[in-house]
Ligand binder design. Sequence first.
Ligand code: ZN
Length: 225
Amino acid sequence: MRLMNEVKIDKIIRSKRKTIALIVSADAMVVVRAPFRTPLRYIEKLVFQKRFWVAKKKKQALRNGVPVNAKKFVDGEEFLYLGEKYKLKIENCEDVKLADYLYFPETYLSNGQTKMIEWYRQKALEKITERVNLYNQISGWKFKSISITCANKRWGSCSPNGMLNFSWRLIMAPIAAIDYVAVHELAHIPEKNHSSRFWNKVRAIFPDYKNQRKWLRENGSSLSI
Ligand SMILES: [Zn+2]
């Protein structure tokens, strides 16, 4: 069947799994995960049936381009969480789970980056809320709300009426760097500028602020997936 050749399968990964999954990776590779004994012809037929979906996904991937450090979502790949590296383990689990490894559901693989960002966002909200509350108790600076953003170049911001925003990427940084950003944004509640009065307030609550600011400048670009 000549038509079968129209869709090139880049990789077939066989395992103990019971179902077949078809994935187009961020670098536009067609990957099939299949049970050990699935005949090749069966896989080819399935991919052929899905050829329009595959073509669309490949086009999208190529258009988006492969970001620097783009994750491939393969076993052993390293992901940052609170400054520590965790190896990815793809499993038949319900949701992303952090323990000795970072367990990642096989069913999420067709949408790996989005699913991982969702998880990071949730963790960022929990951890940053905890830290902001802690420094709020120490400082007494009253904020209105906390939101998590997708900001790329801004770690945090503070609106004129005290709404605090933080990038989900911060959850990949060590806790001291998160604390610095939390205190920085809280300090904008009494001081809406970067005057020496502002920095004096930051220093009073978080004396190590200079080192953490430097850490973020030097390492911030690695906080991406
Ligand atoms: Zn600022």
